[in-house]
Design a protein around this ligand. Structure first.
Ligand code: AMP
Ligand code: MG
Length: 403
């Protein structure tokens, strides 16, 4: 059997995982339903934007040379409003057209003066221009977008502004990546559903709920299975069911070195492991592989670790499966306002609160940083990205990833 890559950098781990991508496929959705989805094809404009020369202001249109020696009085020959469909008269020297924002420019007109800079006589027959005209208030056909140009590329997140742009380009429906169905299975004999009576050796199961939230945040559908006991048989059944129903499976717990770490055991004996253990702290135990051909991340059981590993490994994997789309990873430089523990071998992902109110972004520890302490991440708005061996005392600077 080939050696399984062991205790590797997170970048190497991502590279190995994305070699087994999800084939999400594409579907067309109405732009009413497209918010938060990711484009699966480049989108070209079906029209010039704007489709015709039009006025950017309510005011008067005229031949620019007529306005160069203000004040200048011109004859009003017509009014054009936005949506005007009837033919408009061509302008001659000495003439002006009353025009509204978005209305097509009359033939011959080369300049606009906003209404605030014009005096109209009582009979509404003449206008006196008080200043020279502004040719730049004409919005030229195709100045924003030319028909046939690619305005949005595959992998674009359909934000409100981008959805508006789809409409501007003439697309009532758009091609987007299908949502993945992502199964989540927590493992551990000690786990109870939140709110049930606890015996002395039991705890409430939290990872599957947090992971389901992260899956939805990434734009996918979470399928949360009931947690399973630490036994090969129950685990095998759960993995068979989840892999037959889902595109990707996330397990939590049972991937460390312990005797009862059955996820690792069963994946080694009956599945296919592509890597095991990653140089990150917290969260060094994860594995990636396939079960019945379906990709699977085995995440650690410690609650803070499972969140961190999702952010560091699973989120980049999912982005890669959608041509880079999905919620972005935002980094910033911060100065530590507390001493934090680094690591000589691993990327250290300490949970911090970032104060952006001063001139320098200051990072405070969220308190005890044990990997079992979910509160450390619940209170955090960022994770440090401390390289192996990097100094991490109060006053040191480091990169951080916003949560
Ligand atoms: P494991 O990775 O299975 O060795 O679990 C590591 C630690 O995380 C243990 O203290 C477990 O009790 C705890 N743990 C495992 N799974 C969960 C879960 N789904 N929710 C909350 N805590 C968990
Ligand atoms: Mg366990």
């Amino acid at each position: 059997m080939a050696e399984v890559p062991y205790f590797i950098s997170h970048n190497k781990a991502i590279e190995i995982a994305i070699a087994t991508p999800l084939r999400l496929g594409s579907e067309r959705v109405s732009i009413d339903q497209a918010h938060g989805r990711v484009l699966s094809e480049d989108l070209t404009s079906k029209v010039d934007d704007p489709p015709f020369d039009n006025s950017a202001m309510d005011g008067f249109a005229f031949i620019h040379e007529d306005s160069l020696t203000p004040p200048k009085t011109l004859q009003i020959i017509q009014t054009i409003q936005a949506g005007e469909s009837s033919a408009t008269q061509a302008l001659q020297r000495g003439q002006a057209t009353r025009i509204m924002t978005g209305a097509p420019m009359p033939p011959g007109a080369t300049s606009i003066l906003p209404i605030e800079r014009c005096d109209v006589n009582e009979a509404n027959t003449t206008v006196t221009l008080l200043e020279p005209g502004r040719p730049h208030f004409i919005r030229k056909r195709g100045e924003n977008l030319e028909r046939g140009t690619i305005a949005l590329v595959r992998g674009s997140n359909l934000t409100p502004a981008k959805i508006g742009l789809c409409a501007t380009m003439g697309w009532p429906e758009v091609p987007v990546f299908k949502r993945a169905k992502i199964g989540i299975i927590s493992t551990g004999d000690e786990l109870k559903f939140p709110g049930e009576d606890l015996e002395a050796h039991q705890i409430y199961e939290s990872n599957s709920f947090g992971l389901a939230g992260l899956v939805e945040w990434m734009g996918h559908e979470a399928v949360r299975y009931q947690s399973v006991a630490d036994s090969m048989d129950t685990l095998r059944q759960a993995l068979d069911k989840a892999t037959s129903e889902c595109d990707l499976v996330l397990t939590s717990g049972g991937v460390s070195m312990g005797e009862w770490d059955y996820v690792r055991k069963i994946m080694e004996e009956e599945g296919d492991v592509h890597f095991w253990r990653v140089k990150i702290r917290p969260g060094s135990p994860p594995l990636f592989g396939t079960w019945n051909g379906t990709p699977l991340f085995g995440l650690p059981g410690n609650p803070a670790s499972s969140h961190v590993v999702f952010r560091i490994l699973v989120a980049p994997y999912l982005r890669s499966c959608m041509a880079g789309g999905g919620p972005k990873e935002h980094h910033l430089r911060v100065q530590l306002a507390d001493d934090l523990k680094g690591d000589v071998k691993c990327l250290a992902l300490r949970r911090i609160k970032v104060d952006l109110s001063g001139e320098i972004p200051l990072a405070y520890s969220t308190g005890p940083q044990g990997s079992g302490n979910l509160n450390s991440i619940a209170q955090a708005d960022a994770l440090t990205l401390l390289s192996p061996g990097q100094a991490s005392n109060k006053g040191d600077w480091c990169n951080a990833m916003l949560l």
